[in-house]
Design a protein around this ligand. Sequence first.
Ligand SMILES: Nc1ncnc2c1ncn2[C@@H]1O[C@H](COP(=O)(O)OP(=O)(O)O)[C@@H](O)[C@H]1O
Ligand SMILES: NC(=O)OP(=O)(O)O
Length: 312
Amino acid sequence: MMAKIVVALGGNAILSNDASANAQKEAVQGTVKALIKFIENGDQLIITHGNGPQVGNLLLQQQAADSEKNPAMPLDTCGAMTQGSIGYWFQNAMQEQLAKKQIDRSVVSIVTQTIVDENDQAFEKPTKPIGPFYKESELEQMTQLHPDWTLVEDAGRGYRRVVPSPQPLEIKEYPAIKQIVDAGIIPIVSGGGGIPVIRKGNQLIGTEAVIDKDFSAAKIAELINADQLIILTSVGGVFYNYGKADQEEIFDVTAEEIQGHIDAKEFAAGSMMPKVKAAVQFVQKTGNPAVIGALEDVQDIISGTKGTTIHQ
Ligand SMILES: Nc1ncnc2c1ncn2[C@@H]1O[C@H](COP(=O)(O)OP(=O)(O)O)[C@@H](O)[C@H]1O
Ligand SMILES: NC(=O)OP(=O)(O)O
């Protein structure tokens, strides 16, 4: 039976040290070579991806070139632009792999808007890291240059700007996405968590935020009643006491048990916490399992020997 699998990929898996288009395309090509295994298995794949590094970099480029004749694009539009660029890289790489494997399947990227609540507390407290990492020695200069920024330590790699990250309430394009999935087409959806929009009557107004793609992935996976949600990132699984001498990788855990560790705030905000929360949310809504693991371990994740599985 064809399983419906939602795979979420972190922006950091696409952009590591080299932010050039060629390097990111190459990273995406490597990722797609791994993802094609799901298609070869006969599964229906739904791909979603992050954009944290890319959207922050793009915003900086926009602001650096800002002028009256050529004004900088706001964050929501930068989010849409990264959906387009990253979606294009994935679509292009997937088409190449499908052709190589002589698999007759179509793939399409969908500009996706995610409806958020304008009163979401997240607008008061930015948590989503975007753009490049800065060294501690650069902090004073960055604060002088950008007095409106909030900078926080991120994933032990340095400091990053954080922006509001409201919860996804609704995926506007879901009815179209469902038809595309039912038709057996591989969709690339909700890139960067989807463009954050606020509903005002018949209008959807873009807002300055970046939605966590892990939560949007869980939402899409729940809506299409996916058999599995797989969150691929730069680490082999979820650890208790991460980064400490007694860190311990979790192989298999119930949603109830890991919820206790979420409540105790044991996972890092802005990196592992949203993944674990999104996985639990999906498991509780559907009763189906979620896996968090490393991109390079896809084959072992498919066979169930690597990654952290969260289940009922
Ligand atoms: N408890 C934990 N277990 C595993 N990784 C963790 C944990 N806490 C923080 N991390 C960090 O979270 C990172 C993954 O989050 P992030 O970089 O935001 O991912 P992505 O960009 O792929 O969505 C890992 O590389 C790791 O450094
Ligand atoms: N939008 C988002 O969640 O991006 P990252 O996965 O790159 O942080």
